[in-house]
Design a protein around this ligand. Structure first.
Ligand SMILES: [Zn+2]
Length: 266
């Protein structure tokens, strides 16, 4: 029994430390202090700076982000009525929902097992009914949607306001998907070239020749050149001295930064 009480006490301490860490991480996120240290994101800081596993880093980051909008979850985590994994699941599924809804769903998650929490977000995967008839000169597709599926389609159509009809929207989506696959193939054949460059229409890239661009990338070893940062995601070309302050397009004025550090540098 003594052992049990010792463990109970340690468990209490563990909870306290977890919540202390979350509070400090919140400060870190608010100040974006990790950027200066060379980390492109709080996640990167947690994983590389503090040595958390990727899964745990993701959990901690999810908590910090969600607690910013719904601060009372920190207390719930302390008390044990919300687990970090439940909060992470909520974060994944509620990302784009309004705060009021997040609050409501989080409340309903209290004291549930992580399996129960996961089940809350499981949607029966609805199947689309499509009837396809091929003619010599065309193909007829008859698409049957549930009202819910139709609502989503209408929503997407409204969001993509430049397309006025379903036909345009579908062709748009098909083209976009195809293009993204082509980019992936092109990328894998060129091996290491970063994603951002495949599709980027950023102004400064257009002015810089492909050869120069590749040279800068190669020198940077296809990674962000901000001291300490090793991100190979969303790489962008940066003018060390900004063009607006008289910086030029010469090789010596160019470097590679990840999007976060480029943005932070301003
Ligand atoms: Zn960076």
């Amino acid at each position: 029994m003594k052992l049990h009480f010792e463990l109970l006490e340690l468990r209490q301490k563990e909870k306290r430390i977890t919540s202390e860490i979350l509070n400090k991480l919140q400060e870190m996120e608010d100040q974006k202090a990790y950027l200066k240290m060379g980390h492109p994101s709080l996640f990167d800081y947690l994983a590389r700076g503090l040595g958390y596993s990727e899964a745990t880093a993701y959990q901690r980051q999810a908590c910090v982000r969600l607690a910013k909008e719904v601060p009372e979850i920190k207390q719930k985590i302390d008390q044990g009525s919300l687990t970090l994994s439940a909060v992470t699941t909520a974060f994944k599924h509620l990302r784009k929902k309004p705060v009021a809804e997040k609050r409501k769903v989080l409340k309903s998650m209290e004291n549930k097992s992580s399996r129960e929490v996961k089940a809350m977000f499981l949607e029966p995967t609805p199947t689309l009914k499509i009837k396809k008839t091929e003619y010599k000169d065309k193909v007829h597709l008859r698409l049957e949607l549930s009202h819910e599926q139709n609502r989503k389609l209408e929503q997407l159509k409204a969001l993509k306001s430049h397309t006025h009809n379903i036909e345009g929207l579908l062709m748009d989506l098909i083209e976009k998907e195809l293009k993204s696959y082509e980019n992936v193939q092109r990328k894998s054949s060129k091996s290491t070239e970063s994603k951002e460059f495949g599709t980027s229409k950023s102004k400064n890239l257009r002015q810089i020749s492909k050869r120069l661009r590749n040279d800068v990338l190669k020198t940077a070893n296809y990674r962000c050149q901000f001291p300490g940062c090793e991100s190979d995601h969303f790489l962008q070309m940066d003018h060390i001295f900004p063009v607006r302050n008289g910086g030029d397009q010469r090789r010596s004025n160019l470097q590679i930064l990840c999007a976060r550090h480029n943005q932070w540098k301003g």
